[in-house]
Design a protein around this ligand. Sequence first.
Ligand code: ATP
Ligand code: MG
Length: 137
Amino acid sequence: MKNVVYTNSSAETIKLGEEFSKKIKNGGIILLYGELGAGKTTFVQGLARGLGIKRRIISPTFIIIRTYKDEKFYHIDLYRVEKETDMETLGIKEILKDSKNVIAIEWPEKIEKLIPKNRAIINFQYLDENKRRITYG
Ligand SMILES: Nc1ncnc2c1ncn2[C@@H]1O[C@H](COP(=O)(O)OP(=O)(O)OP(=O)(O)O)[C@@H](O)[C@H]1O
Ligand SMILES: [Mg+2]
């Protein structure tokens, strides 16, 4: 059963991410699909808030992985990564070893075949400047 949510502001998407964090706070993989500006990082800001992270969440596009070690949280953005890049090279394999880690991945299509099947999938769709359609489950 698909859940569909429409958000009308970034604050609403952050709130949704915060809610979602309750489901995965003991560990899990979240794949975030959607075009540029669809709201993936915004959602992750809420996710991080829900996990008790006080630091500002900025997009890891240029560094690929941002680690919040104390909270076992990893924010990954594969936008700039070559398709099917080896996960070992990226350091993701190592992160997946600990099932208590919470791992949020933007642009996961680059490595989706290699990701374990127990994962949450969230789709983001841009509708207009402030409106997004978000589906999951
Ligand atoms: N309802 C909404 N939900 C999420 N973001 C919104 C919403 N309305 C407006 N925005 C704005 O849209 C932008 C979403 O950018 P964000 O970085 O979250 O996208 P992204 O999917 O991570 O893109 P990228 O693929 O470039 O990483 C932000 O500037 C945010 O403030
Ligand atoms: Mg992003």
